[in-house]
Each structure stands twice: as C-alpha cells, then as structure tokens.
Design a protein. Structure first.
Length: 176
C-alpha cells in the first residue's frame, strides 16, 4: 500500500488577500515573492511582485529571482544592484532547476560572489535539490542562504551539517 501526503497551501492571489491573512495572524510584515517568478518567467514575476508590494511597502518586502548574467546581462551585479536599490529589493531567490541553469560559480559568474560580499540573503528551496545548496555554499561559504519550502518531513540530517559548517545559513520556519 502506498500513501501519498500532499500539502494544500493556500496562496494569496494579491496583496489585499495577503494583508488580510497577515492581519488575521497578527503579523506586521512579510518577505514575499510572486508565483510567476518560478512558474512563468523571473522578469515577469519580479515586475509582478513589485506591483503588489507597492500596495503596502511598509509591510510587504519584495524579493527578486535571479538568472545567470552570462545569458541575461541585466542580472550582472552592475545592473542588478542599482535596480534592486531603486525598487527597494533587499533579498533574492534562485530557481536553477526550473530555469535550467546550475547555481555555480561557472554559470553565475561574479554575481553570487557579489551577492555574498554585499550580504544579500538568497532564498533557496531543496525542492530544487539539496546538492545545489551544498555546492553553492561550498563555493561561497560566506553567502547568506535562507532555506525555505523544505516540506513536512524531518530535514535534520541535511540541515544540521549546514548549520555547523556555515555561519550565514538560516531556515525559514513556515514549514515547521
């Protein structure tokens, strides 16, 4: 007999719905993304998250998704960082599997090194694979990584070594 457990997660359709949920839960502010960053196109999703967070900039903190600068030049640090500052974005995300690239020094060029040097948090999910998280931290041990969307089951054998090895490794606790 095989039993499947599926999480059913309600996603807010817009800023108004999210703010209502935050109010209901007594939460003042939230770091947010837009599903289209992963499901449609990072550029489209980055614009969409800004449109929604503009409705409550004091409460909704936008994140952007990154792509390799070697193919998408506007993600090179000299272009990305000024755009982030102008838009109030202080946190990044990466979906390497979905966007068909390797989250490595070879694929990302100088971007991840600059992100690490600037102390910009990078949200990563093991739904994209644990190997990528381990690899990028090995290459950039000072990179600030926030693990999220790690699922229901215990992840201690995978996360505890990262906590021991990397001082800037964190876990978002929404899945606990």
């Amino acid at each position: 007999m095989r039993i499947c457990v599926r999480e059913k997660v309600k996603q807010a359709r817009n800023a108004e719905e999210l703010l209502a949920e935050l109010d209901f839960c007594g939460i003042d502010s939230a770091v947010v993304s837009h599903q289209t960053m992963a499901d449609v196109d990072p550029d489209y999703g980055n614009r969409a998250v800004l449109a929604e967070t503009a409705k409550a900039p004091d409460r909704l903190l936008p994140t952007w998704t990154i792509l390799p600068p070697v193919t998408e030049g506007h993600y090179a640090p000299e272009h990305l960082f000024p755009a982030m500052k102008a838009s109030g974005v202080q946190i990044l995300r990466a979906y390497p599997e979905r966007n068909r690239y390797m989250l490595t020094k070879v694929a990302m060029g100088e971007l991840i090194g600059e992100v690490a040097a600037a102390g910009i948090p990078l949200y990563l999910s093991p739904s994209e694979g644990w190997q990528g998280i381990y690899s990028i931290l090995q290459e950039y041990p000072n990179l600030t990584v926030v693990l999220y969307n790690y699922g229901l089951w215990s992840h201690s054998r995978l996360t505890f070594p990262l906590f021991q090895a990397y001082r800037n490794f964190y876990i978002e606790t929404g899945d606990m």
